[in-house]
Design a protein around this ligand. Structure first.
Ligand SMILES: [Cu+2]
Length: 193
């Protein structure tokens, strides 16, 4: 396993070299070595779907979905630019997929935790992929949690420094909401059905 400091240096180097590219270039570059069959047919809309039973949702998070944010995205979104909202007490089933050879993971944390270099524990019990600090490459895992507290949270990559680099989506747990909604970028939030 790479030492966390080395990982951070590696990411910093990646970011620095990417910054020298012309604007917009990062969205067109192919990330090399992706195992594409792992996420064939999955779209951004699969970020949030109704669950199999009432009062539940199904989330599919694909890390390195495309080259946005140098691959540090979920289904193409980073820096909290997709906002998932679920009513408090609902059950959340997450499928995490990382088709790339660069390790990533997923963890539910407080929104403010995305400013930390490391996120040690999920905020809600069960809310992380196995060994989220080490991450996973070219694979898939599942986890579930039941948020019993309203607030502003994030579904973040738990690999050291990635959340800090923008590898996270906003996840709101609402005491007022009666349905689950998703908001992509500047578009209005819409109910998932
Ligand atoms: Cu990551």
């Amino acid at each position: 396993m790479l030492h966390p400091t080395l990982c951070f240096l590696f990411v910093s180097t990646l970011t620095l070299s990417a910054q020298t590219l012309p604007p917009g270039h990062d969205h067109t570059v192919e990330i090399p070595g992706l195992k594409k069959e792992l996420y064939a047919g999955i779209t951004a809309e699969d970020l949030l779907r109704p669950g199999a039973v009432p009062s539940s949702v199904k989330i599919v998070l694909v890390a390195t979905f495309n080259a946005a944010n140098y691959g540090m995205n979920f289904n193409g979104y980073s820096h909290g630019k997709a906002v998932l909202t679920v009513p408090v007490g609902w059950k959340v089933d997450v499928t995490f997929i990382n088709p790339s050879p660069i390790p990533h993971s997923a963890i539910i944390c407080e929104k403010s935790d995305t400013k930390k270099l490391q996120i040690p524990e999920p905020y809600f019990t069960g809310g992380a992929t196995p060994k989220h600090l080490m991450g996973q490459t070219m694979g898939k895992s599942e986890f579930s949690f039941a948020p019993d507290e309203a607030g502003e949270f994030a579904l973040a990559c738990g690999f050291p420094s990635h959340a800090l680099a923008g590898h996270w989506l906003a996840f709101n747990v609402s005491a007022e909401a009666k349905v689950a909604t998703i908001q992509f970028g500047d578009q209005p939030a819409k109910e998932v059905k």
